[in-house]
Write a protein that binds this ligand. Structure first.
Ligand SMILES: Cc1cc2nc3c(=O)[nH]c(=O)nc-3n(C[C@H](O)[C@H](O)[C@H](O)COP(=O)(O)O)c2cc1C
Length: 175
C-alpha cells in the first residue's frame, strides 16, 4: 500500500517520530516524506495510508497539521504527535480527539500515537521567574517537574512504542 508521512514540527520532536515511522515502513511504497508545507494534491491522490504528525498547540494539533487533516477524504490516517505535558494518558486522548475533529467523515483512523516532547529552555526560565516574583505555588512546581521530565523525550522507548503501534495498526488493517 502506498503511504505518505506528513508532519509539522517546530523544534524537531515530531520530526524524530516521523523518521521512526518511515524507518518502520517499506521504503518503496513511500510517496512522500516531509513537512506539511510540501504536500500537493498529487501526493494525496497517490497515498492510501497517510501518517500525519503534529505538535501540540493550545491543547490540540497545530494549525498546519489541522489543515492537512481536513484533506484526508477516503484515506486511512495514522495520527501521531508530541506534547509538552505528559504523564496522564487522558490528556493525550483529549488532544487526539480534538485533532480528529479536523478529519472529514470519510477518513478512517488507522492508528494513533502520542508521547511527550521536550520544550525550549525559555519555558523553564519563565516558570522560574514566576517563582522568583513570588508566585510560588504547587502548580508552578509541578510545571517545572513536568518540564524536566519532558527534557529526555522523545526517547528510545517512545520510538519503540511508536514502531509497535504502527505495526499493530497495519496488522489490524490487513485482517
Ligand atoms: C506556542 C506553543 C504552544 C504549546 N502548547 C502546548 C499545549 O497546549 N499543550 C502541550 O502539552 N504542549 C504544548 N506545547 C509544547 C509542544 O507541543 C511540545 O514541546 C512538542 O513536542 C513540540 O514539538 P516539535 O518539536 O515537533 O515542534 C506548546 C509549544 C509551543 C511552542
Amino acid at each position: 500500500m502506498n503511504y505518505a508521512v506528513i508532519y509539522s514540527s517546530r523544534t524537531g520532536n515530531t520530526r524524530l517520530l516521523a523518521e521512526t515511522v518511515r524507518e518502520s515502513m517499506a521504503e518503496g511504497n513511500c510517496v512522500y516524506f516531509g513537512e506539511t508545507s510540501g504536500i500537493d494534491d498529487q501526493v494525496l491522490r497517490e497515498a492510501q495510508l497517510v501518517f500525519v504528525g503534529f505538535w501540540t498547540d493550545k491543547g490540540s494539533c497545530d494549525a498546519s497539521a489541522a489543515e492537512v487533516l481536513k484533506k484526508m477524504d477516503y484515506k486511512d490516517v495514522f495520527l501521531f504527535g508530541t506534547a509538552g505535558f505528559g504523564g496522564a494518558p487522558a490528556y493525550f486522548d483529549q488532544i487526539l480527539s480534538r485533532a480528529e475533529k479536523n478529519l472529514p467523515s470519510t477518513a478512517r483512523i488507522a492508528g494513533t500515537y502520542m508521547c511527550q516532547g521536550k520544550m525550549p529552555v525559555a519555558v523553564r526560565e519563565r516558570y522560574m521567574k514566576m517563582k522568583e516574583e513570588g508566585n510560588a505555588s504547587a502548580q508552578i512546581d509541578s510545571m517545572i517537574e513536568n518540564f524536566d521530565r519532558a527534557m529526555s523525550h522523545p526517547d528510545q522507548q517512545d520510538m519503540e512504542k511508536l514502531k509497535e503501534t504502527v505495526h499493530e495498526s497495519l496488522q489490524k488493517q490487513s485482517e
